[in-house]
Design a protein around this ligand. Structure first.
Ligand SMILES: NC(=O)c1ccc[n+]([C@@H]2O[C@H](COP(=O)([O-])OP(=O)(O)OC[C@H]3O[C@@H](n4cnc5c(N)ncnc54)[C@H](OP(=O)(O)O)[C@@H]3O)[C@@H](O)[C@H]2O)c1
Length: 263
């Protein structure tokens, strides 16, 4: 692999929600580019699979640390940062990617589902950001939050999810201001529909999901949903020194849906 592609040699990247979808793809991308990784999620088998995939993609043995746990738990998040620093002695990049969706309008959504989404999509990245800043200050590192086109634009039937992603975008922009003087950058990627497990885990059955993907051809000006690699490459760009003058950006990876797309 050429040096150009090894943007993360010597760097330590912590990725939440790495057991599936965008987080899994981002971890592989960082592995190919030389990073050491702390990867987390609840699904232990999926994280083990990720470790072996990273090794096939160039990671040295022992340079990918899987940490199994519930990101909704305060104590676990403290352990996550502590275990990463304990193992690698630094953090260069935090990718706040873990997220959940529950379908439902404001009227229909249960308050339990609301609380769960806010806990995973907002409280967890807020807390991890707070815990990571002292370590990022030492490395002049950066944070990439995985938000959504739903943070920027309103879509009916997913009110609380939209709200969590708007809150995450405000976290990105405000913390970017708060830590800019320390040389820490904070950005987000805001994907459109990406083919992962998210919507099926959020309640769509196979038939509804097939229709949702079909509809994405109409709602995304580029005429299709996106794939995990297209988001991973943008995360890696924002996390790399190539984005050294980017902070507080909400970077759309949405086939044009946010600004131009039909609902
Ligand atoms: N797919 C899309 O269309 C799309 C579009 C815009 C934004 N996004 C955002 O992209 C991010 C990644 O989602 P994805 O599409 O890749 O979905 P996914 O395939 O369902 O993956 C979600 C990840 O989040 C983790 N997670 C969820 N709840 C958790 C918990 N309580 N504790 C620990 N980890 C938890 C899951 O890990 P475990 O199950 O192992 O715990 C999994 O690794 C989310 O923030 C999502 O909102 C996705």
């Amino acid at each position: 692999m050429s040096n150009m592609a090894m943007r993360f040699s010597g760097k330590v990247v912590l990725i939440t929600g790495a057991s599936s979808g965008i987080g899994f793809g981002a971890a592989l991308r960082f592995a190919r580019e030389g990073a050491r990784l702390a990867v987390t999620g609840r699904n232990k088998d999926a994280l083990q699979k990720l470790v072996s995939e990273c090794e096939k993609n160039g990671s040295n043995k022992d340079s990918v640390l899987p940490i199994v746990g519930d990101i909704g738990d305060d104590k676990f998040r403290e352990n996550l940062i502590a275990s990463t620093v304990n193992k690698f002695e630094r953090i260069d990049v935090l990718v706040n990617n873990a997220g959940v969706i529950s379908m439902g309008s404001c009227e229909a959504m249960s308050m339990n589902a609301y609380d769960h989404m806010f806990n995973i999509n907002v409280r967890a990245p807020y807390h991890l950001t707070k815990l990571a800043i002292p370590h990022l200050r030492k490395t002049k590192g950066n944070i990439v939050n995985v938000s959504s086109v739903n943070g920027i634009r309103s879509f009916s039937g997913v009110c609380a999810y939209n709200m969590t992603k708007s809150a995450l975008d405000q976290l990105t922009k405000t913390v970017a201001l708060e830590v800019a003087a320390d040389g820490i950058r904070v950005n987000s990627v805001n994907p459109g529909v990406i083919i992962t497990e998210l919507q099926r885990r959020g309640g769509l059955d196979e038939e509804q999901y097939a229709m949702f993907l079909e509809n994405s051809k109409r709602t995304h000006p580029l005429g299709r949903p996106g794939n995990v690699e297209e988001v991973a490459s943008c995360i890696a760009f924002l996390a790399s020194d190539e984005a050294s003058f980017c902070t507080g950006n909400l970077h759309s990876v949405d086939g044009g849906r946010g600004v131009l797309g039909v609902r």
